[in-house]
Design a binder for this molecule. Structure first.
Ligand SMILES: Cc1cc2nc3c(=O)[nH]c(=O)nc-3n(C[C@H](O)[C@H](O)[C@H](O)COP(=O)(O)OP(=O)(O)OC[C@H]3O[C@@H](n4cnc5c(N)ncnc54)[C@H](O)[C@@H]3O)c2cc1C
Length: 376
């Protein structure tokens, strides 16, 4: 293969979407993927949830999440046209549900925080919750309706991105990148895999939680990204009626109903390094928490229990943009919101590659915020 303009390391949703958008801007691109077990894009639940995911102190991330949520419908139209397939985007809304008085008190605080931020939320009494979701347990105490938090089928999204990449002439290669090649000036100019090496104009590092393991990678990336394990369970109903309409979230579990009858129940958040084992305890806790909110889950078939590794970062926000190494751009560290952040990340990185300038909206997520000064 002649040297492409861009080699993207990592074929999760972030790497594929970035390569597709770079190719749409006229750049030649290849994606190299190692097929590591625990790929987050496969394991995820696919919630597009800027408002329900809001956390104290993460207001800049909220702005990025809201922006990605705003442009998602247009991105989905563009992708479905390119790939010729549906990606299961559902504008279903989300209901946060309190099992008991303690949960309800926690949601009262969350509601007040969300309201102060001007987010579109509505406080619900117990009867309101049951009116909009009749399958909820009779004892639920109240909740919050978030009409703008939706879902996508992340596995269909991954498949569609692969099709879209191929239709734009992106090479999709299998292999583990071990080393970044750099020239005498220190500029990144290619990659080394088990099969040999490939030179290119620029490298985009989108290797999820494994991004820091490649030899020669810029230090601010190597030290910043870590795996955060998540386990989830997939159930399936036999009837034609979905058990729930909205995404349902409690404090200990959430449920996401796909239009094909699958119900995703997630997810644990565990600091376990690169461990991807599915444990009996996690499956038990997830099902118990789901059952307490929606007792009907006990009638569903258990079809899958899986785990994935989120790419975590020290401030829970992604690393998007130029690194301290010329020629090396990074798009990783998307942690809990990597499915949501696909459109905004892909457009920003593709613009940076094509024009040399990153858009303003991703400026605060530069990887350089993790660069430490070397004192002589
Ligand atoms: C249980 C769970 C639930 C989640 N739920 C949601 C949700 O509801 N909503 C949401 O927005 N986000 C969710 N997330 C987070 C989201 O899945 C991730 O943030 C996102 O998928 C990260 O995508 P990625 O492409 O960066 O990484 P990944 O999908 O992990 O892909 C990285 C790829 O890089 C490859 N790679 C790594 N190193 C190399 C190398 N050296 N050479 C070649 N290839 C390499 C790997 O093989 C892998 O295929 C969830 C995650 C988990 C685990």
């Amino acid at each position: 293969m002649s040297a492409p303009d861009v080699v993207v390391v990592g074929g999760g949703v972030i790497g594929l979407a970035t390569a597709w958008q770079a190719a749409k801007r006229g750049l030649s691109a290849a994606v190299v993927d190692a097929a590591h077990p625990g790929k987050a894009s496969w394991a995820a639940a696919g919630m597009l949830a800027p408002v329900t995911e809001v956390h104290y102190g993460e207001e800049p991330l909220l702005a990025l999440n809201l922006e990605s949520s705003r442009i998602y419908p247009e991105f989905v139209r563009e992708l479905q046209d390119a790939a010729g397939m549906d990606v299961g985007y559902r504008a279903c809304g989300t209901v946060l549900v309190a099992r008991d008085a303690d949960d309800n008190a926690a949601f009262a605080h969350l509601y007040s925080f969300q309201s102060q931020l001007g987010l579109a939320v509505k406080r619900l009494r117990a009867a309101d919750c049951r009116a909009i979701e009749p399958a909820l347990a009779p004892g639920v105490r109240g909740g919050i309706l978030v009409e703008g938090d939706h879902q996508i089928d992340n596995r269909a999204l991954s498949a569609a991105l692969e099709h879209a990449c191929k239709s734009e002439g992106v090479d999709l290669l299998t292999g583990k990148v071990t080393t970044l090649l750099s020239g005498p000036s220190g500029r990144a100019g290619g990659i080394v895999t088990g099969d040999g090496h490939q030179t290119c104009g620029a490298v985009v590092l989108a290797g999820g939680c494994w991004s820091g393991l490649i030899e020669g990678v810029a230090p601010e990336v190597a030290s910043a990204v870590r795996p955060v394990k998540g386990q989830l369970v997939v159930l399936r109903g036999s009837g034609s009626q979905p058990l729930i309409e909205h995404n349902i979230r409690g404090l200990d579990a959430y449920m996401v109903m796909r239009s094909d009858g699958r119900l995703i129940v997630g997810a644990t958040v565990e600091e376990m390094g690169f461990d991807t084992r599915v444990t009996a305890g996690a499956v038990y806790e997830l099902l118990r928490a789901a059952y307490e909110l929606v007792p009907g889950v006990s009638e569903l078939e258990l079809v899958e229990a899986t785990s994935g590794l989120r790419p975590g970062s020290p401030d829970n926000a992604p690393l998007i943009g130029q690194t301290s190494m010329e020629g090396l751009v990074v798009a990783t560290g998307h942690f809990r919101n990597g499915i949501l952040l696909v459109p905004v990340t892909a457009y920003a990185v593709a613009d940076l590659l094509a024009t040399g300038r990153a858009p303003e909206k991703t400026e605060s997520f530069s990887p350089l915020r993790f660069a430490t000064e070397v004192v002589a």
